[in-house]
Write a protein of this length. Sequence first.
Length: 222
Amino acid sequence: MNLYQSATQLFYQLSLLFFWPVCLALLALFSWSLVDLGAMLFQSWQRKRERRTDLAGLGDRLDEYFECGRALTGLSPRLARFWARVEPNLGRTMSSKSFDLWLEELLQEEELKIANNLDRTRAMVRLGPMLGLAGTIIPLGPALQSLLTGQMAEMVNHLVIGFGAVVSGLVLSGIAYVITLFRERWARVDVKEMENLAELLLRAKAGSLTSNPNDWTHASAE
């Protein structure tokens, strides 16, 4: 056996070795995409029923919060979770020079958390066609060998596996792409709300109330 035949046999065996890992990964990701699609539909239903942030009156309610200690209401659930992170340290950081940096860090942490959640479906958009293509090409070797030996039924079985793999990969990628589009749109809305709240807090710091830093501490403590 010459070098070329040895290399051919080596690559053939390697392709067969990767067949089951590729198939199992494709089936696992396809199942996960269906579960994630159901979760996305439920999340969409929840968001339609949830209260939206009243941005028009948010500035006035912030003034009431600092002046009278009233609870900040009219927030969407996601903005309320962000406010729950801001409020405990507001009195301590409001009068500091690094308040804007502290707010920026919180915003970056939230954006990073959102991006990490989106990266999973973004990766599946790419992985689906890759695994589908691998699952299609790998059975072609055994199919061609079956053709040479005249085993037509076995060749057809290998081709059916290959076609099924590429269809599963494309459907998986399509589902992940749709999920990513919806969640990216929601992420932009959520990040915009948090940025608006941060901007209002920065304006409040630059306003007249900064002349009485004790009021900040008292309001946030309440």
